[in-house]
Ligand binder design. Structure first.
Ligand code: NDP
Ligand code: PYC
Length: 338
């Protein structure tokens, strides 16, 4: 039997929506969540695609998330909009708040969207890409659960704390990066454990603080930051800006709130949008050219831009369907009762 299943994007959406709704998720949330899960699988981001259905359903079954939460928008100031997700998943709150964020950034030049009290599992690139499609540059960050040791330490303090950035480019895909400030996303360690594969050195320590290549030991120990003290400082920045600054939890608080349920982390998110039309001034075309020269300087020597692998995968999946490992597909089908 083939060890990979190919699904069209609409089959993937229908499967995701069904798994979520038969497990009790309200339809508006299920739609918003299914869209980002399909985007992840389509772009071959295995750690944030259809695998996340398993974590979402566990979170629903443990009774942690409010399945029909109605996000509440507050217009805090000309440059700041807040959405209280009311302990539902983050995607619907982002869909609602990002519309206000775009308007504010267009008018004021720079604006922030704060999402509070949200269960958050998704990759951040769909959000910054969405803002780039409106002609805005964007920066997003969020904590997770405290799984990551600070550089020089052995005990978890930080979350995997991703940072994503998008820069709009006329006539093409935007420049986008999106990475965890840990050496790798936690989801990738989980996927290694599911497939009985060792993890590379440099990703994690075991519970005794010793380097490990065993994913199960890594999950009981501490993940490592990328780039040593530099990733460690960025992880701390994410904790502060997308935690106390926005009146929400740190990754350690989120882990305590979880009470051992192993559910999706629950905390806040900060998204900033910049309007080049107001920032750059009258010589926009000239400065856009400078940006393009920077990208040329990268690709002309054979290096690649971040997200290029994803954009290539997107074209493949749109043409031929997305591939899902057979075991993962079977595990997802098993989430549909009876
Ligand atoms: P990766 O290390 O896989 O990739 C990070 C970024 O680097 C991507 O933009 C990737 O582009 C780019 N990249 C990779 N290799 C190269 C290269 N050789 N040259 C140029 N660019 C390159 O990501 P992570 O494991 O750190 O994170 C994966 C995802 O997990 C992210 O989307 C993140 O948002 C998500 N995440 C979400 C969390 C949450 O709490 N919600 C927590 C932690 C992570 P490309 O994709 O094209 O390879
Ligand atoms: O993969 O590190 C991760 C992660 C945490 C929350 C969602 N994804």
């Amino acid at each position: 039997m083939d060890d990979v299943v190919r699904l069209t994007l609409s089959e993937l959406f229908d499967l995701s929506f069904r798994v979520l709704t038969v497990n009790g998720m309200a339809h508006d949330h299920a739609r918003a969540i299914a869209k980002v899960i399909v985007a992840g699988q389509r772009d071959e981001c295995q750690s944030h695609g259809i695998y996340r259905l398993i974590v979402c359903v566990n979170t629903l079954r443990k009774g942690k998330v409010v399945r029909d939460a109605k996000p509440v928008i507050t217009d805090v100031s000309p440059a700041l909009v807040r959405v209280d997700a009311r302990f539902g998943y983050s995607q619907l709150a982002f869909e609602m708040g990002s519309k206000v964020l775009v308007e504010k950034a267009r008018t004021v030049g720079i604006a922030a969207l704060v999402i509070n009290n949200c269960f958050h599992f998704s990759a951040l690139w769909p959000e910054v890409e969405r803002l780039a499609s409106e002609g805005l540059a964007a920066l997003a960050m969020t904590p997770s659960h405290s799984w990551v040791a600070p550089a020089g330490g052995t005990k978890p303090v930080f979350g995997t704390n991703p940072i994503a950035f998008a820069w709009p480019r006329s006539g093409g895909v935007p420049f986008v990066f999106d990475f965890a400030t840990s050496a790798i996303a936690r989801g990738d360690i989980e996927l290694h454990r599911r497939s009985d594969k060792k993890i590379p050195p440099g990703w994690a320590l075991d519970a005794e603080g010793q380097p490990t290549e065993d994913p199960a030991a890594a999950m009981k120990g501490a993940m490592l930051t990328f780039g040593g003290h530099k990733g460690s400082a960025l992880a701390a920045m994410v904790e502060l800006l997308a935690g106390p600054l926005i009146g929400d939890l740190t990754s350690a608080d989120s882990k305590a709130f979880d009470e051992g349920a192993n559910a999706t982390p629950c905390h806040g998110e900060l998204i900033l949008a910049f309007n080049p039309a107001l920032f750059t001034g009258p010589d926009r075309a000239e400065h856009d050219q400078r940006a393009e020269a920077l990208f040329d300087g990268i690709v002309s020597q054979g290096a690649r831009l971040p997200s290029q692998r994803r954009f290539d995968a997107r074209l493949r999946s749109e043409a031929n369907g997305a591939h899902v490992p057979r075991k993962l597909y079977d595990d997802v089908l098993a989430l549909i009762p009876g």
